[in-house]
Design a protein around this ligand. Structure first.
Ligand SMILES: [Fe+2]
Length: 221
């Protein structure tokens, strides 16, 4: 499967790109998700064994201990990048919609370049220190890092270590970024490429009507 020049341009310009399709068969959609990932780089595993992971709304007690579902369950997820606990977070995420659920639960996207951060906010995001929890491999980091292009931000695994860091958490809070957010209402079979270095994502709360929402996710480095 080819990714068109237009799709790549959209991805470069806005930080994400939607790819509609009429692929509804689950295995075919999984294969398509992997193919898109392979066109963009090297697909890698997250926490689970399969390269293409299934994401479904999960109550805290059933969730992986280090996942956002463990902390937030079916509530809204905060804005974050995926794999913020990696030394270098994944470059792209590919999400594909197996089932949107009976009631739409949009994915929300916020491009760091669209947030109109002041020079002072950017300086604080570069200097304020967080502990990034990753078991024995935990480390200290800031949100922006001099000389690096990625954002490291995930309140699920990053603990502020100073007053400035507590302040910096609010730079990407729902209230702060909502005016600049793009809402993706999922269509069955659709795929979405997210530039995980520049674009943060979040999920609205899931109610019982949307409990069967099912997405595939593939990480790309
Ligand atoms: Fe995520």
């Amino acid at each position: 499967m080819n990714i068109t020049k237009d799709t790549l341009k959209t991805l470069r310009d806005q930080g994400w790109a939607r790819i509609p399709s009429n692929v509804h068969e689950v295995d075919a959609l999984e294969a398509r998700t992997l193919e898109i990932a392979q066109r963009l780089g090297t697909p890698v595993r997250g926490r689970v064994r399969s390269i293409v992971e299934v994401l479904r709304p999960t109550a805290p007690e059933a969730a992986h201990p280090a996942s956002l579902s463990r902390k937030y369950g079916l509530d809204a997820f905060p804005f974050h990048v995926d794999t913020a606990h990696w030394t270098v977070p994944a470059r792209f995420l590919i999400l594909s919609c197996v089932s949107p659920g009976e009631e739409s639960v949009p994915t929300l996207l916020a491009n760091r370049d669209d947030l109109h951060m002041s020079d002072e906010e950017q300086a604080v995001a570069k200097s304020a220190v967080f502990l990034v929890r990753n078991g024995r491999n935990s480390f200290y980091s800031s949100i922006f890092i001099s000389g690096r292009d990625f954002v490291r931000y995930d309140p699920g695994c990053m603990e502020p270590q100073c007053q400035d860091a507590i302040r910096a958490l609010a730079f990407f809070s729902r209230e702060r970024v909502m005016p600049y957010v793009e809402k993706i209402d999922w269509q069955p079979g659709e795929s979405l490429i997210i530039d995980n270095w520049r674009v943060l994502h979040a999920r609205d709360a899931v109610n019982q009507n949307a409990i069967n929402r099912l997405l595939f996710r593939c990480l790309v480095v």
